[in-house]
Ligand binder design. Sequence first.
Ligand code: FAD
Length: 311
Amino acid sequence: MKGRIWMIHDCVIIGGGPAGLNAALVLGRARKNVVVIDEGCPRNRVTREIHGFLTRDQISPSEFRRIAKEQNSSYPSIHFVADTAVEITGTDVFFQIKTAQEKTYRSKKLLFAVGMKDLPVDIKGLAEVYGKSAFVCPYCDGWELREQPLVLIVKGADALHLAKMISGWTNHFTICTNGPDELTDAQREELSQHNVPVFDSPIQIVESNDGMVQQVVLEDGKKIACTGIFFRPKLIAGSNLPQEIGCQITEAGTVIVDNFGKTNVPGVFSAGDAASQLHQAITAASLGSLAAVGINNELNEEAWSRGHNNE
Ligand SMILES: Cc1cc2nc3c(=O)[nH]c(=O)nc-3n(C[C@H](O)[C@H](O)[C@H](O)COP(=O)(O)OP(=O)(O)OC[C@H]3O[C@@H](n4cnc5c(N)ncnc54)[C@H](O)[C@@H]3O)c2cc1C
């Protein structure tokens, strides 16, 4: 439009979870102009508490975000937008990010902190207990289920891996493979030697009361009483945008980055669950911080080479 002056932000951050929020904090403190576009659908929204995050142990995900936004808001160059990024054009030093609400934001750098998403698991009754008594990560929720009878819904070699991990929290657990499984005879033997029952029958239903699992009922009629479940949902990228603009992706759907979150696409960075195999809030925040340093270094180098400091 003739005569219109566009604001070009130093960085647009897509995603306002721990990764995006920590990146915003570091960039804001580095006096960079940042917009965080977040549609507000984080992976941990089903759970009541975040665990294992120093100073933030046992607070709710929404309270975590509220505190993070409040702290970010004391830096005037950080702005929040509740929206979904839907299209990206342009290249390094001039990206255009279009949103579902038909706004366009322009930036020199781009950070994808879009997280990962669970694909729905086709087990009746599991959705009702997810985040309340069924979890995905023992480091996040193992303490709350310590010494309790658990069911692990897991297949193949991962069953043995998860069994060894869980044994640090409880010795009372059963593996349900939920249908035919590739566990080898040697793996079954190893589990048997450690008194871990393995059932291959498909799961008919997870029975619960007010989000608390009571028993897992198998199609062959067996009922396994338990107070908690760990399972392995299939994950997909929180957004296809990184792939659409040419970022290299792993088989697991995460963006390939260097130690400072830099992707193969110039000017584009990624952090948090979206760019890591280890999915924990504190790790995501830390990766967001590292990516912010990478972004800030590039911005400063570019300004310096043009003869401007902190442009
Ligand atoms: C049930 C459960 C319990 C957990 N418990 C713990 C725990 O106790 N402790 C712990 O450390 N970790 C826990 N985690 C893991 C933790 O939630 C994640 O590691 C962490 O949230 C990752 O942060 P992130 O910023 O990378 O992504 P997220 O927190 O998932 O945030 C990504 C954000 O990007 C937004 N987004 C995606 N695409 C777009 C787009 N196109 N436009 C705008 N916004 C977009 C999403 O809506 C979301 O708000 C748990 C996870 C689950 C599933």
